[in-house]
Structures are given as structure tokens and as C-alpha cells.
Design a protein around this ligand. Structure first.
Ligand code: ATP
Length: 615
């Protein structure tokens, strides 16, 4: 690392440090002030105790001492650290809790503010998010506490060094030089530790991926059936070993540096002791002076040890907090228009005009000059082989990614000029890879349109349209039944046994119906997108659900994707995609007459059903 790079990284760390302290101050200024006082007192007490001890010894040696006063003072000073330690711990824990809460809120606010989804495919961002979420929240509290401890430690070192200067300026200089060297060594070490933390982060991410697979229900079937448990475990352990090797190298360097510095410092202290004993023999020092000398050297070394640990700790915590502020200060992943007004309901239609898109510059074009229209009130079906770009079109329409060339227009307005939140309020969608939330059944449907979450009749009507109502009624607690076992409290389960609210697992097809019920809740939206959420249903059920939804949505626009062409044949128009290009377009009868790709696909599927029926 060049000097310039080091300076810029130091400046960045100092800025982060300032942000962390500001956050802690904003969260709990009162507690922070008391904590600072506690630290200040904690650093004064040991020096005062050392001086008092010297007084006691000198007075005993001179045979003239006030036993009551001295012992009371010593005993009282002994009590203070115990009380202060308790208060310090309590205030620290409370500060940690408050900053953690605030920091978590800020991180996830920042994550929710991202308009697009590309950041979630970026491993660097994911590493930052993991570190910020895991440790970034408590970092401000830890930084402040360590900062106060460093301040207190510095006062303590200063106090003992001052005492040493009074006894011997030369010895004080030797000990001070030792202190500065140790501190410099520790700062270099903590830089190294910070870079190790960053280096092993991707390894930890991969380890987490393997361990989640091994311990989760999603992969449990395939792991057992394919017998890949050992394979995944070995991959996980390989990541752990690689991370361990990196950490071991850092630990070795630490061991070497600390042993060298420790040896130098022990030699200096030994020399000091010999000097003080010779001084006592010559009558230059009293017994109290020697006690004071020993206490001061031990005090400087002890606080120096604490100080260096705190410096290293602050460095590490600053790194964690850095990830948190990076996430907060991240630019949006898509340009968002500065001017945001309410988007008017769709009156004319949505136009894709010469749309070109690729996921990154390294990827091939996924869409190559796509042009078509979804007129207001009409339904368009998207047809195409796997990987032809159908879902990508949907993601662009929802503005999760940015079109590279061409544009998508909502009643003539380029969607890049529309606030994504406004745009998404006007459309509903059920995706191919929809989510199964570990929540009660009614919430699983209600999240399709949050304003209706408390409207039970509407939720039930949506479930009826998706033909899942009867199944949900039959669950142990009907719509209240959790569709998970995740939130079951093990302790209560033991206590209450069978009375404990038990979650259930749904079948794949039932989950698809829940997802469709979410779509059915969005019937009033200007545009409803159904990206093949019904592949697990039988052809008849899929056809009926699509038909019902389009009846309820009469007069509103729809974009349907399905590999089962019978489900799309009633669409007003069909768009056939092949390798990111539109190759055919028109209503079902026209495309059948044309006898092209669509007609071929449709006839193949129809023949399959006829053959199946004949058997
Ligand atoms: N997030 C992504 N990053 C990079 N490439 C992607 C991403 N998502 C999709 N692709 C690629 O884009 C192409 C089109 O994918 P898309 O999902 O749009 O196809 P599709 O027509 O919906 O396919 P299917 O019928 O299988 O669902 C594929 O080659 C796919 O590998």
C-alpha cells in the first residue's frame, strides 16, 4: 500500500469513526456523558491508589502514621472500581442495544430504498450487508466505549508516566518509548486484521451457503436422494479451512510482533527495577518510592496492554461500521427521477419500443430490439422457449433493471421518468419464482395488497378465485394457521404439548394457488402480470383460474406468461419471443392460420393431450 493510499484509508476510517460517534451521541447523549464520567473516574483511581500506597509505606517506615485515615481512604478507593465497573457495563449494554436498533433500522431502510434488484446479485454488496447486519449495529456503542477506555487508558498512562518522571525522567522516557513502539506495532497489526476480515468475508458467505443447504428443509430431499451431504459438507469445510489459514497467518504475525515487543519491554522494566534497587541501596530512594516505581511501571504496562487491545478493537469495529455507512450512502441502483407526481391510471397502453437489454456488459444481449404494445383493457400472452427473455421483459416493465437501449412507455411517458413506487402501485404481479412466506395463511395472501390485509372477506374472495379457500378452511386454525414451523416456540411446545399452535406445510400446487390468490387480490390494478405461477396446477385448473381472473379484470390490462398454451389462447394478442426477438405476433386464430412457430408449439401440446387422453 502506498503512502497516499494509506492516508486516504486513514482519512476514510477517521470519517467513519466520526459518523459512528455521532450516531451513538444522537442515540443516547445522556448515557454517553455518564459513561465518559465513569471512564474518567476509572482512570484516576489507580494512580490515586498508587500514591496513597506510597504514603502508607513511607509513613510506616517513618513510624508516624494515621492508620484510621489511611486505611479508610485505601478501602474507599478499592470500592470505587467495583462500583464503576458495574455501572460501566450496564450503561455500555444499554447503549449497545439502542445503537444496534437504530443502525439496523437505517441499514434496512437503505436496503428497502433500493429501487432495483441488481444489488442483490452483487456479491460485494451482499458481503457488506452481512457484515453490517451482523456487527455494524453494535459498532458505534463499541467504538464509543473503546474510545472512552482509550481516553481513560491514556490518562492512566499519563498519570503513571508523570509519577515516573518525578522519580526518574530517564526511566520515564525509556518506558514512554516502549509504549509508543508497542502502540505503533498494534496499529499495524489491526490494519492487517481488518484486511483479513475483508478477505475471508466471501469464504464465510460460501460457508454460510453450504451450511444453510445442509441444515435447511429446502434441500433436504435432494441431499438425501442424491447422497450429496458429504460433498456439500466437504465444500463447507474447505471454505472454513481457507478462512482459518488466513486467520492463522495473521495470528502468527501477531504472535511474533507481540513476543518481540514484550521481550523489549521486559528488558526495559528489568533494567528499571535494578536501577531502583541500586537507588534504594544508595539511599536515593525510599521504600515508598520503590513501591511507587513498581506500581507505575505495572500501571503503564497494564494500561498499555488494554490500550492496544482497544485500538485494535476500534479498528475492527470501524471496519464493520464502514460497511454499514457504505450501504447507507450507496447510490440507488437505478436512476430515479427527481420530480415525482402521482401516475394517472392507464388510458391508452404500455408500449415496448425497440428494447435492448443485457444483465451486464459481460452478458450477451437478452432482449434485442423488442417492440410491442399492451393496450389498456387488453390481455397479451407472452410465449417462448426457456431462456427466450419472457421473465426479463416482465422485470424491465416492473423497473427492477434499467433498459439499455430503447424504452418502455406508460401512456407515452417513459417509465424512467416515473417514480418506481408510483409505477408499481399501478401494477400487480405474480412471479414464476414467487415467495412462500413463513406467515399465517391470511397474511400470505394479504401481502399481495397491504391495504386489504385486515379485510377478511376480500382475502377469502381472492382465495376462492384461486381455488384454495376450502383447503385453507380445513387447516387446524383456518386462515390463522401459520404456513411454517419456523415461529414455533420450543419452550411453549414442551409446556403446552398438543395445545401449541402447530404450523403446517403446504404442497407445491397449494402454494401456487396462494400466490395466485395474491394476484387475485390485485384485480383492481391497471395491469396484472402473471408470469407462469401456475405450472404446478393441472391444465384445467390453470385455464379456469386465468379465465376467472380475466373476467374479474375485464377492461383492465394483463400480461400473461405460460408454457401451457391452452391457458393463453383467449388472450387478445400473443407475442412469441425467440432468443430475445419477437418472431410472431397476433391473436391465437391468426397465429394458427400462419402455421409458424406458435402453431407448431400449440399443435405439439394439443397432440400430447390427445395422446394422453387416448391412453
Ligand atoms: N439475473 C440474471 N443475471 C444474468 N442473466 C440472467 C439473469 N436472469 C436471467 N438471465 C438470463 O437471461 C436469459 C433470459 O432469461 P428469462 O428468465 O427472461 O427467460 P424466460 O423466457 O423467462 O425463460 P423460462 O421460460 O425458462 O422462464 C437466460 O439466458 C438467463 O440465463
Amino acid at each position: 500500500m502506498t503512502a497516499g493510499m494509506r492516508w486516504s484509508s486513514t482519512r476514510r476510517s477517521l470519517r467513519t469513526l466520526g459518523l459512528a460517534i455521532a450516531l451513538a451521541w444522537r442515540t443516547a447523549a445522556g448515557r454517553l456523558t455518564v459513561l465518559a464520567l465513569v471512564s474518567l473516574l476509572s482512570s484516576i483511581v489507580p494512580v490515586a491508589t498508587a500514591w496513597l500506597t506510597k504514603l502508607v509505606i513511607d509513613q510506616i517506615a517513618a513510624g508516624e502514621f494515621d492508620i484510621v485515615w489511611l486505611t479508610t481512604a485505601l478501602a474507599s478507593l478499592g470500592m470505587v472500581p467495583i462500583v464503576l465497573r458495574g455501572w460501566g457495563r450496564y450503561l455500555q449494554n444499554d447503549l449497545d442495544r439502542q445503537t444496534r436498533l437504530l443502525a439496523k433500522e437505517r441499514v434496512y431502510d437503505a436496503v428497502n430504498r433500493l429501487p432495483g434488484i441488481s444489488r442483490f446479485e452483487d456479491p460485494v454488496f451482499l458481503d457488506k450487508l452481512r457484515m453490517a447486519g451482523h456487527s455494524g449495529g453494535s459498532a458505534p456503542g463499541h467504538i464509543v466505549r473503546s474510545g472512552l477506555d482509550i481516553f481513560g487508558g491514556a490518562l492512566l498512562v499519563g498519570g503513571f508516566l508523570g509519577s515516573l518522571i518525578a522519580l526518574s525522567p530517564v526511566m520515564a522516557l525509556v518506558i514512554a518509548l516502549g509504549a509508543v513502539t508497542t502502540l505503533a506495532g498494534e496499529i499495524a497489526l489491526s490494519r492487517r486484521r481488518a484486511s483479513t476480515t475483508l478477505k475471508i468475508s466471501p469464504m464465510q458467505r460460501r460457508e454460510l451457503f453450504y451450511s444453510t443447504l445442509l441444515a435447511g428443509v429446502e434441500a433436504a430431499k435432494e441431499i438425501r436422494l442424491f447422497g450429496i451431504g458429504g460433498f456439500l459438507k466437504d465444500r463447507m469445510l474447505a471454505e472454513v479451512r481457507r478462512a482459518d489459514a488466513e486467520q492463522r497467518a495473521t495470528d502468527r504475525r501477531e504472535l511474533f510482533l507481540q513476543s518481540s515487543l514484550g521481550t523489549v519491554s521486559a528488558v526495559a522494566v528489568g533494567a528499571g527495577l535494578i536501577w531502583s534497587i541500586i537507588g534504594a541501596g544508595n539511599g536515593h530512594m525510599s521504600a515508598g518510592d520503590i513501591a511507587m516505581f513498581i506500581a507505575s511501571v505495572a500501571g503503564v504496562q497494564g494500561s498499555l496492554g488494554g490500550l492496544t487491545t482497544q485500538v485494535a478493537f476500534i479498528h475492527q469495529q470501524t471496519l464493520y461500521f464502514q460497511q454499514l455507512s457504505d450501504i447507507e450512502e450507496n447510490d440507488p441502483d437505478l436512476p430515479v427521477p427527481a420530480r415525482t407526481g402521482t401516475l394517472a391510471p392507464l388510458r391508452h397502453g404500455i408500449v415496448f419500443h425497440d428494447v435492448w437489454f443485457r444483465y451486464s456488459l459481460d452478458h450477451p444481449w437478452t432482449l434485442r430490439g423488442v417492440t410491442f404494445e399492451i393496450p389498456a383493457g387488453k390481455t397479451v400472452g407472452l410465449v417462448g422457449r426457456n431462456g427466450s427473455g419472457k421473465s426479463t421483459l416482465v422485470k424491465l416493465l416492473c423497473r427492477f433493471y434499467e433498459v439499455e437501449r430503447g424504452g418502455i412507455y406508460w401512456d407515452g411517458i417513459d417509465i424512467r421518468d416515473i417514480d418506481p413506487v408510483q409505477l408499481r402501485q399501478r401494477m400487480g404481479a405474480v412471479f414464476q419464482d414467487f415467495m412462500s412466506y413463513d406467515l399465517p395463511a391470511f397474511e400470505n395472501i394479504g401481502i399481495g395488497h397491504m391495504p386489504y390485509m385486515g379485510d377478511r372477506p376480500r382475502l377469502e374472495a381472492a382465495a376462492q378465485r384461486a381455488k384454495i379457500h376450502e383447503d385453507l378452511l380445513a387447516l387446524p386454525r383456518g386462515y390463522e394457521t401459520p404456513l411454517t414451523r419456523l415461529f414455533i416456540d420450543g419452550e411453549n411446545l414442551e409446556k403446552n404439548g398438543a395445545d401449541q399452535e402447530r404450523g403446517v406445510f403446504l404442497s407445491g400446487g397449494q402454494w401456487q394457488r396462494i400466490a395466485l390468490a395474491r394476484g387475485a387480490l390485485q384485480v383492481e390494478k391497471d395491469l396484472l402480470i402473471l408470469d407462469e405461477p401456475s405450472s404446478g396446477l393441472d391444465a384445467q385448473a390453470e385455464y379456469e383460474i386465468h379465465k376467472q381472473l380475466s373476467e374479474y379484470r375485464r377492461g383492465r390490462a394483463g400480461l400473461l406468461i405460460s408454457h401451457r398454451l391452452s391457458a393463453l389462447r383467449d388472450a387478445d394478442s400473443l407475442v412469441v419471443l425467440e432468443e430475445g426477438r419477437i418472431v410472431e405476433e397476433g391473436p391465437h386464430p391468426d397465429l394458427m392460420l400462419a402455421g409458424g412457430i406458435y402453431a407448431g408449439l400449440f399443435r405439439t401440446q394439443a397432440a400430447g393431450y390427445l395422446d394422453g387422453g387416448a391412453r
